[in-house]
Design a protein around this ligand. Sequence first.
Ligand SMILES: Cc1cc2nc3c(=O)[nH]c(=O)nc-3n(C[C@H](O)[C@H](O)[C@H](O)COP(=O)(O)O)c2cc1C
Length: 319
Amino acid sequence: MMDWTDRHCRYFHRLLSPHALLYTEMVTAPAVIHGDRARLLGFDPAEQPVALQLGGSDTGELAAAARIGAELGYIEINLNVGCPSDRVQSGRFGACLMREPALVGDCVEAMRDAVAHTRAAVTVKCRIGVDDQDEYAGLAEFVDKVHACGCNVFIVHARKAWLQGLSPKENREVPPLNYERVYRLKREHPQLAIIINGGVTSAAETREHLRHVDGVMLGRTAYHEPYRLAEIDADLFGTSLPDRDEVLARLHPYIEAHLARGDRLQHISRHILGLYQGLPGARAYRRVLSERAHCADAGWEVVEQALAARRGELRSRAA
Ligand SMILES: Cc1cc2nc3c(=O)[nH]c(=O)nc-3n(C[C@H](O)[C@H](O)[C@H](O)COP(=O)(O)O)c2cc1C
């Protein structure tokens, strides 16, 4: 998720969920080709399996970017056909490509050719439609055309996007979710892997969706309440839940290693703010982290102070 997730977030989420497939935020194809690759694409092997999401619609650029990603070890290269921001539309990529299935198909074909020598799969993330595309037929036509060019996995955000008049944030909230349309897509395309996305917040909901589709993608809940990832993983795979404090203890060496390289604590700690969400003391923990982690010399002791503040709040509640 652009501006929210990064490699630090993925490393932390991997500690919570051993089985989830983690995605990068969208990176544009030109940025992959011309940008600072270590910064944009670097990841820790412990994050695997990780998918790289690309934005673009130039077949040559997408092919080159997909090859770079696959050769760096990303196990999946995903094309974004769901982002509705103006910035993205002026570049003719993201959700506006829902209207151009032939072009998306060409992109998929070029990306598949470019990664054929690796094990990376090419997948597409899309919406159920844009603007006046209100019928199932539009989604099915899009998927059929792109599938014909070699894409077998579709992640479908189960709401359409309005390309004019709504902000990206509103486009994640205002158009209603239509899970049934995604379920129908799976029923009528049993040979495809269909992953549903949008509004999923719990293990029970995840289980319900998995009765109809092949996978579930979580966005905002995974970020704001990361422990939900642990709950869902443990529920689906029958494992025991990790202890939150132990998860942090396992993050400790990672934080030290990155601080030693010159990274700032706040760039990692911002992702762990929601770890105790919903538990007593969560507010104290969060407050200490947000107030102290931005200092240039902040280190692991700030996380310990946050944990101590949480325990202090717990004790004062019990007293
Ligand atoms: C801040 C933010 C950034 C996002 N960036 C991306 C992105 O880079 N690529 C993408 O496919 N979706 C992006 N999304 C959309 C989410 O992946 C997801 O499709 C959407 O939020 C609906 O799922 P959710 O209800 O589980 O959050 C972003 C969402 C948010 C809130």
